[in-house]
Design a protein around this ligand. Structure first.
Ligand code: ADP
Ligand code: MG
Ligand code: MG
Length: 889
């Protein structure tokens, strides 16, 4: 096994082994770009070190051999007294992990070699500046000295000289600073700053290895779902110097604008500076375009290199470079991060440039980005100042009055006010307040905090961990940096996509992408339309290649029409329970309270025409497309008054001795129907089997509606779906009744009705006996919400707010199984049921109608297991179409 690779030996496909930085340094080297020579220690070496607590024994020799070679190439030895070779020791994992470990520059400098460097460069100031930087970085990252101590000493030196920037310190002052820094190291680390260059290098390498298991790194990996066992590579790179005077400098650049995707010159440059100076904001950088007038030759070369990189990587790249006395060096490149809008634009631009094809363009965007583009947003043209910024935990733009407790949130929202619930952090007691609020803002906690998890589950805007904002719930106020106070009742605006918090009302504008899907906007020339045009093209690619069809979960004509505009190819789940609410509730009560067949039939007869009318409208809206109607599913008590409220009402009435007969009967019924676990109680197909006439009434309403539409020359495609089936016997009983009703309606109306009858697969038993159930079902629709609840044995309504945050933090799951399908458990049942169902009935139609139908990762899974369609809420349809396309491409 080889643990060390020269930059000339690697390439960009070796990211697992060489880390992202190392692989790309090698790639650039092999492209003939000016990369300072160096080598990379593999992630395997790191893993061995972390597993055994010791470096692999071959490592030291391999490093020595590569260092020898490097010294020969450079014509000088590491730390050589009269002319030292200096190197940087840089961490670099497969995925970039900001904040994990800083790089150490200028390794090889010592009390002796600093003089050699001064003599060789003819610049004493430069040599001492490099040395103080080494001690500072080494002290902080390798020896764990508090970095502020160095910063304070540097500040003090500047103050003493009455200057504001580090470049105004001269050689003598920097030399004094070095002495000071060495004292800090000795005092804090209990050892001298090492003078032996190889010892410096070896300690730095070990520090990089160790940083993989630092707290920050672990936390970051958990949040970003990066596996803990990858390890980091270490890059040893010979130093080039941007701090050699005004003809030197360092900069960062993008090959195109990561915000808009436009081609052009984007980046920052800083003269006479090293490493991180350019992003650390210690001095003012200049726009990259100004480099042209500072150093035309390097600028032209840089432009040429950026062109080469874009054509080579076929994507937007970001780069780090340094100019040493007019000589340009490339220090890093990678495919750059970009905004959601830019991702769509860049993908289509690259297609137009002939760099990528349509299938590749689909891989350059994703459903999460599309979803982000569909949220309403704050109008950026209005100028309202931000008062703080936190973590963008759940997207959206929310405006409301600040409240600092859930009670007030509920009270105010009941009286019609929009509120933003502001807490230091939330806990399960805040749930009602969170539901009542437009948005949630917390000053503590990260992406897996209670507020973040619950808000995402509810689809509610949330900014969390805005640490600049001091929340005082007792005083009902929040203090922003600078002392600005936000009192209860003041209007605040929060942006869950950027994490920004504003005082006052920021106007909200609809997303142009939604305007486009709604048919209210078309491709044109201004900025928003450019995005729309890109989305339009990408969606067309996706639709062309996808195998999965996409349907909507919709219960009424209005939603159905919107779903159609968004591209739905039918309705996968029409819940009929809403048709039992409102003024119809009374009829349902009568149905439940009916003592005699006669009473029951009367109640059902009243409901029939109302149901039928709903279906006629729905079939008309979805004319020509399938509409899966689910028969009544929820437990009956949901249609009855709340048990406590009713008990109180009856008790009060009784004390006045005027209790009414109906209330008394209702209360009895409520008691009779009360269940400890309604989710596992009398619901779904069980209702159909114990309440005579209920399901047949619904089937009749569907059939009559279909017949009416046909007579009106429509093309209704109704499908009847039985919920919560656990065994084929249940289905057979319902099926017999339903077929009889269909035959009756056919006879009465003279219309030929062929309606498919199928079932939901949402109980483990149904999935396990899918082969039998398929005998009686023409289609399956996987109800993955209930299936997740029953497979895991937890109730969604309770657990997300109680222990999910703990589970996420402990890494038991990376994401809620209600958000993304649990492939190993729930997914396995789906996979097996698909196979068993198709074995029984090869033309069995298969779909999914849980929340997962609109979740990007889950859509890929459903594609892979061979479902025919996914069904999701109307707003998720574009996301599902896109992801279905990406899964096929
Ligand atoms: P990060 O991953 O945090 O960007 P890097 O390893 O890229 O860390 O290095 C930090 C800074 O030091 C960057 O600005 C980089 O360009 C600079 N740097 C790293 N190695 C060298 C080198 N050999 N010569 C000059 N500058 C370097
Ligand atoms: Mg870097
Ligand atoms: Mg269900």
């Amino acid at each position: 096994q080889k643990f060390v690779y020269d930059f000339t030996e690697g390439n960009r496909d070796l990211k697992d082994l060489l880390g992202g930085k190392g692989a790309n340094l090698a790639e650039m080297t092999n492209l003939g770009l000016p990369v300072p020579p160096g080598f990379t220690i593999t992630t395997e070496a790191c893993k061995t070190y972390l597993d055994s607590g010791d470096e692999p024994k071959e490592l030291r020799d391999e490093v020595s051999a590569h260092l020898d070679a490097l010294e020969r190439t450079m014509g000088k030895k590491l730390g050589q007294a009269d002319d030292p070779l200096l190197v940087s020791v840089r961490s670099g994992a497969k995925f970039s992990m900001p904040g994990m470990m800083d790089t150490v520059l200028n390794i090889g400098l010592s009390d002796k070699s600093v003089k050699g460097l001064a003599a060789q460069s003819g610049d004493e100031r430069f040599a001492w500046d490099s040395y103080r930087r080494l001690i500072q970085m080494f002290g902080k990252t390798v020896l764990d000295v508090d970095g502020d101590l160095f910063e304070e000493a540097l500040e003090a030196a500047k103050k003493a000289k009455k200057v504001t920037v580090d470049t105004d310190l001269d050689a003598a002052e920097l030399k004094k600073l070095v002495t000071k820094f060495k004292k800090i190291v000795k005092a804090e680390a209990g050892r001298d700053f090492p003078q032996d260059p190889r010892e410096q290098m070896d300690l730095a390498i070990k520090a990089v290895f160790d940083s993989w298991n630092g707290d920050r790194a672990k936390l970051y990996r958990r949040q970003e779902r990066i596996p803990h066992d990858l390890g980091t590579a270490v890059n040893i790179c010979s130093m080039v110097f941007g701090n050699l005077g005004p003809d030197s400098g360092t900069g960062v650049a993008f090959t195109r604008d990561p915000a808009s995707g436009h081609q052009g010159v984007y980046g920052d440059y800083l003269q006479n500076a090293q490493g991180e100076d350019v992003v650390a904001g210690i001095r003012n950088t200049v726009p990259l375009a100004e480099l042209e007038s500072i150093d035309k030759k390097s600028y032209d070369q840089l432009m040429e290199i950026m062109e080469t990189l874009e054509t080579h990587y076929k994507d937007l790249c970001d780069i780090e470079f340094t100019i040493e006395r007019g000589q340009l060096w490339m220090l890093q490149t990678r495919v750059g991060k970009r905004t959601a809008g830019a991702a769509f634009r860049i993908a289509t631009q690259l297609v137009d440039q002939g760099l990528i094809d349509e299938a590749e363009a689909l891989q350059r965007v994703n459903g999460a980005q599309l979803a982000q583009l569909m949220f309403p947003r704050f109008d950026e043209t209005t100028s309202v100042d931000t008062i703080g910024r936190g973590i963008a935990a759940s997207p959206g733009a929310a405006v409301g009055k600040a409240v600092f407790d859930s009670y007030t949130a509920i009270k105010w929202s009941r009286s019609g006010e929009k509120v933003i619930l502001i807490r230091r952090e939330t806990n399960p007691d805040d749930l009602d307040g969170m539901i009542a609020a437009e948005g949630i803002l917390t000053s503590r906690g990260g992406k897996t905090s209670h507020a973040a998890v619950v808000a995402r589950g509810m689809g509610k805007t949330c900014v969390c961990g805005a640490e600049d904002l001091e929340v005082d719930t007792k005083q009902r106020r929040m203090t922003a940096p600078g002392g600005l106070v936000v009192e209860e009742g003041d209007v605040v605006s929060i942006d869950g996509s950027s994490g920004k918090v504003y005082l006052g009302e920021v106007p909200v504008v609809p997303s142009p992408v939604v305007e486009y899907f709604e048919g209210r906007m078309h491709a044109g020339a201004d900025d928003a339309d450019e995005l729309v045009a890109a989305v339009h093209r990408i969606m067309a690619y996706a639709d062309r290649v996808r195998r999965l069809r996409v349907r909507a979960n919709a219960d009424n004509a209005e939603d159905a029409l919107r779903a159609r505009r968004f591209g739905a190819q039918g309705i996968g789940l029409c819940r009929t329970e809403h048709m039992f609410l409102g003024e119809r509730r009374e009829m349902v009560e009568k149905l439940i309270l009916a003592d005699t067949d006669n009473e029951r039939e009367t109640a059902l007869e009243q409901l029939l025409p109302l149901q039928k009318k709903d279906f006629v409208e729905l079939f008309e809206a979805m004319d020509g497309l399938p509409v899966t109607v689910r028969l009544l599913d929820p437990p009956l008590h949901e249609f009855l008054p709340d048990i406590t409220e009713l008990s109180v009402r009856v008790a009060l009435a009784e004390s006045r001795q005027d209790a009414n007969e109906n209330d008394l009967r209702l209360l009895q019924a409520v008691h009779r129907l009360h269940e400890q676990n309604p989710m596992l109680g009398l619901r779904g197909v069980r209702l159909g089997l114990v309440i005579p006439g209920l399901f047949t009434m619904q089937v009749r309403a569907i059939a009559e509606a279909a017949a009416e539409r046909k007579k009106a020359n429509g093309d209704p495609r109704a499908e009847i779906m039985i919920p919560l089936v656990g065994t084929v016997q249940e289905l057979e009983l319902v099926r017999d009744d339903a077929e009889q009703v269909l035959a009756e309606v056919q006879k009465e109306t003279g219309v030929d009705l062929k309606l498919a009858l199928g079932t939901m697969i949402e109980l483990p038993r149904a999935a396990l006996t899918a082969g039998q159930i398929a005998e009686a079902a023409e289609f399956f629709s996987f109800g993955t919400n209930d299936l997740t609840q029953t497979v895991w044995g937890f109730s969604r309504d309770d657990v997300e707010a109680s222990f999910f945050t703990a589970y996420l933090e402990k890494g038991i799951f990376g994401v809620s199984p209600f958000e993304t399908i649990d492939k190993d458990g729930v997914g396995k049942l789906v996979r097996d049921a698909v196979e068993a169902g198709r074995a029984t009935r090869p033309d069995l139609k298969l779909g999914v109608c849980g929340e997962h139908g609109g979740d990007p990762e889950s859509v890929h899974f459903f594609h892979e297991v061979g479902l025919d369609y996914v069904s999701c809420s109307p707003f998720r349809i574009p996301v599902a179409r896109l992801e279905a396309g990406r899964a096929s491409a």
